[in-house]
Design a protein around this ligand. Sequence first.
Ligand code: SF4
Length: 208
Amino acid sequence: MKTAELIAKGESLPIMEAFYTIQGEGRFTGYPAYFIRLGGCDVGCVWCDVKESWEAGKWPVQSIEKIVSEAEKFPGRLAVITGGEPLMYDLGPLTSLLKEKGFTINIETSGAHPFSGDFDWVCFSPKKFKKPHSSIYSKANELKVVVFHSSDFAFAEEHAKLVKKDCELRIQPEWSKSEKFTPEIINYTKSHPNWKISLQTHKFMDIP
Ligand code: SF4
């Protein structure tokens, strides 16, 4: 089978990087986790800190067997699939193989493409630059909105109306705007206690 066909079936995927680290943000902050960062993103956030991920063709394509065998080399059994925008691909085969090998699987996604895969935790981080696909709202366990502009609070509330009742709500300052927005985020969370603050603790700790 040709590489493009394998990618279309989710049997092989472009891997920008994969590494064992500590989850720095959101619900699983502080958990050791194996990150699988897929190459390719068509969302185009102006403040994106992984712009090099955007072009999928730049990254080596690996079979899901290879991806999972690399993950198994580390002692942790939490895998985080991120990007780029991981839902550009059919994540069914990768997540079922990870499950077979005993992994708990989280995803971090902008939700801009149809949902696929079997996850234990779905962190949905919508972006203004590309409208989320409707399939994400019933799947999201956590809504994480990055604040880069004052209008992002209203954007956060718009999405909070669309997710499930038990979806955890988090707001997170965009790293370069942290100083500007952290006081506002603190006040917002105090007056809207259904929201919690998420910080990019890996950046404070200087870990990948
Ligand atoms: S969705 Fe993520 S990877 Fe894509 S441009 Fe936005 S921040 Fe970057």
